[in-house]
Design a protein around this ligand. Structure first.
Ligand SMILES: *[C@@H]1O[C@H](CO)[C@@H](O)[C@H](O)[C@H]1NC(C)=O
Ligand SMILES: [Ca+2]
Length: 201
């Protein structure tokens, strides 16, 4: 699909070039500034700009397809497990550099499928960074866009210390890969695996 669209774009470029060539000789007679080929040039420039925009869109589509192939597609999101141990901020920066944000599952079903995917890759005792933190306001958990998250899946199985229980010392959320995919709050400076999320637009 991508290569066909790229060919189509190439075709547009060639046509624009041909129409420029066709117009130029006919209008060369007057020595004064040639507004005809100026506008042809402008059209060519416009086509090139459009092609560049299209190409960037295609690159994004292709990058997303690669992520979905390497990772997992859940609903309108693709998730990619990062096995390297990193602090929350480093994991977040590296994920941003790929065009994603640290994962924030926002439904029970999505959270369960994400935990299944992490378990397949990291076993059942992994805890990976999600893109959910309460760094700015203690107790107010927000996603990577700073929006307060409606869905949370805290581990409350231990009634003496239901999560989150770390107060101001623990401001970053992890997802457990154990069945249930429960969350807990951890120290953002811990080195952990993570999961990067790419939204399919
Ligand atoms: C979950 O997040 C996606 C993408 O950010 C959004 O489109 C969707 O509306 C959200 N769903 C819920 C239930 O909040
Ligand atoms: Ca906290």
């Amino acid at each position: 699909m991508v290569s066909r669209r790229a060919l189509l774009l190439l075709g547009v470029l060639l046509l624009a070039g041909v129409s420029l060539q066709q117009q130029s000789p006919a209008r060369k007679k007057p020595l004064k500034k040639d507004s005809g080929s100026d506008s042809a040039l402008e059209r060519l420039q416009k086509s090139v700009n459009e092609i560049i925009i299209e190409l960037n869109v295609l690159k994004e589509v292709q990058a997303l397809q690669t992520v979905c192939l390497r990772g997992v597609k859940i609903g309108r999101k693709c998730f990619l497990f990062e096995p390297l141990l990193k602090r929350y901020h480093t994991a977040s920066d590296d994920c941003n550099a790929l065009g994603g944000v640290l994962g924030s599952p926002n439904t029970t079903d999505e959270n369960r499928k994400l935990a299944d995917y992490i378990r397949e890759n990291a076993g059942d005792d992994a805890k990976v960074w999600l893109g959910v933190n309460d760094m700015v306001t203690e107790g107010l958990w927000v996603d990577q866009t700073g929006t307060s998250v409606a869905f949370k899946n805290w581990d409350v199985s231990n009634s003496r210390s239901p999560q989150p229980d770390g107060g101001a010392a623990h401001n970053c959320a992890v997802l457990s890969s154990a069945p249930g995919g429960r969350w807990s709050d951890e120290n953002c400076r811990d080195d952990r695996q993570s999961v990067c999320q790419f939204n399919i637009v």
